[in-house]
Ligand binder design. Structure first.
Ligand SMILES: Cc1cc2nc3c(=O)[nH]c(=O)nc-3n(C[C@H](O)[C@H](O)[C@H](O)COP(=O)(O)OP(=O)(O)OC[C@H]3O[C@@H](n4cnc5c(N)ncnc54)[C@H](O)[C@@H]3O)c2cc1C
Length: 252
């Protein structure tokens, strides 16, 4: 029996630093640390925002590296595959497919997920519509979704039973070999730690915002994960997040 789900889970584990930590690092160039702390205490929120926006506008990025956030994630392998391409300022630890037996949890598209390519689909601007928008009737849309999920689930069930059979006691087949049977939709859990600078770079590429200076077209599932991280940035570093948007989502 396999479990299918569409959930993209990104949970805050811990965070360190704040907008004030960005300002402290910025002031290091001219002010000793004690004096900097006092200066920051005396600043109005507007003055703080002005400084942070200056950093973003002029792409002085290093002050944003003195904070950190760690998230625990449960994601399909295809989302991890995209996330781990971000090499700079992102630290990863993932569940091992060599040392443990992976859980039979697989991704399926939710009913409202845009799944059907638009008529003028292009690789550089991949856009999709929902089953409802692609068909004339709700019944046809229901059926298209049902059949997609059924076919995927069928593959997952066969693949996972092959995996289980190969690693079953007595067969002597290593997990790391048997896992080759598993589809890309299997879930892995893992940890990511990053800093606001690298997070902004990640958000600039893994969210779709028409107002961005460089508009990106990421896959929906990594965008859901990125949006969860973005809400952490917005609540833990609100001035940084505001400045990032003011700079049309170009990371400093
Ligand atoms: C919509 C979309 C579609 C994509 N499609 C594909 C695809 O079809 N095939 C594919 O292979 N990838 C694809 N990617 C992944 C993409 O090529 C990047 O690997 C990924 O976005 C990480 O970006 P990055 O290298 O800027 O990030 P990081 O690795 O975090 O790097 C951050 C920055 O550090 C600097 N940097 C890092 N490493 C180097 C280096 N070696 N030399 C010089 N500067 C460096 C660069 O300025 C870089 O922007 C896609 C990404 C997106 C967002």
């Amino acid at each position: 029996m396999v479990t299918t789900t569409s959930k993209i889970t990104v949970r805050l584990v811990r965070n360190m630093g704040s907008d004030d930590a960005v300002l402290e690092a910025m002031l290091a160039s001219t002010t000793d640390p004690d004096a900097a702390a006092k200066k920051i205490d005396e600043m109005t929120p507007e003055a703080k925002y002005g400084r942070i926006k200056y950093l973003c506008t002029h792409r002085h990025g290093t002050p944003f590296e003195h904070s950190a956030v760690t998230v625990a994630c449960h994601l399909p392998a295809f989302v991890w595959w995209e996330w781990v391409r971000h090499r700079i300022g992102m630290s990863y630890n993932l569940e091992s497919g060599r040392y443990k037996v992976l859980e039979p949890v697989f991704w399926v598209p939710p009913r409202d997920r845009p799944c059907v390519p638009v008529a003028d689909w292009k690789p550089s601007r991949p856009r999709f519509i929902t089953f409802d928008d692609a068909t004339w009737s709700k019944e046809a849309a229901d059926e298209a979704h049902r059949q997609t999920v059924a076919e995927l689930t069928d593959v997952y069930t066969k693949a996972y039973s092959t995996y289980e059979r190969l690693i079953a006691e007595g067969k002597g087949i290593a997990n790391e070999v048997a896992r080759a049977a598993l589809p890309f939709a299997i879930y892995y859990s893992g940890y990511v730690t990053t800093n606001p600078r690298s997070l902004m770079h990640f958000l600039s590429l893994r969210t779709h915002e028409p107002e961005s200076l460089f508009v990106s077209y990421p896959q929906l599932e990594i965008e859901v994960a990125a949006r969860a991280c973005e809400s952490m940035l917005a609540s833990l570093w609100p001035l940084t997040h505001k400045a990032f948007n003011a700079c049309r989502r170009v990371a400093p």
